[in-house]
Design a protein around this ligand. Structure first.
Ligand code: SAM
Length: 242
């Protein structure tokens, strides 16, 4: 591998390679998230009627917040994460019938999808782990994983305010979240803002479009959490480094 390639296995911010992080992840996140509701929300947002013939790639699957529900309605699910301990937690939640789920210890920049191109690529709360330059490379790689006409779903913290307002916006967001999720989560959000790589909407939107996608839907209720439904409209002949 070239020496200039970003090492995505070195975690920025919250270190999900730590077993303690992986073990407490679900309990902490269930204080302010309903994984099943989120999954149904994604299916509605993408306007999917019947996914039983579809293949889904979940990049940054973590402890399987979406993977475990996807297993019940997709033909095949590829659940990818750079943290083996997060993947171990996800595996524990699958039943014996969920043989359609394939876990892969890799990441946005290293996962090589071997099967036929997927119908859906999704990433929830994980894309902000890459700096912007590498987000663009990862989006090109996602394009390659998807069928022409397939959908990319991104759900993440993406800033939707004018840059001058950053301090007040971030303070208000943190204090609002602290009320529902508690002190430990406030520390996590501070780490997110300081050490991870969430970016502005207009930057992410530009990168998505340059990677051969059309943004069909985009939503952010609080100017921080955002969902994107993007259709692959272009194949590229040449990509990058494998
Ligand atoms: C906040 S968790 C989100 C997990 C899950 N998607 C969810 O919705 O709960 C972020 C996950 O992204 C993973 N991650 C970080 N960098 C990554 C990368 N470059 N490629 C793939 N996964 C990555 C972490 O290991 C962690 O499991």
């Amino acid at each position: 591998m070239q020496k200039w390639i970003y090492d995505e296995f070195k975690h920025c911010g919250v270190d999900y390679s730590q077993i303690q992080q992986a073990e407490k992840y679900d309990d902490r996140h269930r204080k302010f998230r309903d994984f099943e509701k989120e999954f149904k929300g994604m299916i509605d947002f993408l306007e999917l009627q019947d996914a039983s013939d579809m293949t889904l790639i979940d990049l940054g699957c973590g402890t399987g917040a979406a993977t475990i529900f996807a297993a019940d309605c997709f033909k095949a699910v590829y659940a990818v994460d750079v943290s083996d301990v997060m993947i171990e937690q996800a595996k524990k939640k699958l039943g014996p019938a969920d043989r359609n789920v394939h876990f892969v210890n890799a990441g946005f920049l290293s996962y090589n999808h071997k099967g036929e191109q997927a119908d859906i690529v999704m990433s929830k709360a994980a894309f902000h782990h890459l700096p912007d330059f590498w987000k663009q490379i990862a989006l090109l790689r996602m394009n390659k994983m998807l069928k022409l006409g397939g959908l990319l779903y991104i759900h993440d913290v993406v800033f939707h305010f004018v840059p001058q307002e950053y301090a007040d916006r971030i303070e208000a967001w943190i204090s609002g979240l602290g009320e529902s999720a508690g002190e430990a989560f406030i520390r996590e959000i501070e780490t997110h803002i300081r050490d991870e790589f969430s970016t502005f909407h207009w930057i992410l939107a530009g990168m998505i479009e340059r990677a051969g996608f059309a943004i069909e839907k985009h939503k952010s209720d609080d100017a921080f959490l955002a969902e994107y439904a993007c259709r692959k409209i272009r194949e590229f002949d040449h990509y990058e480094t494998e």
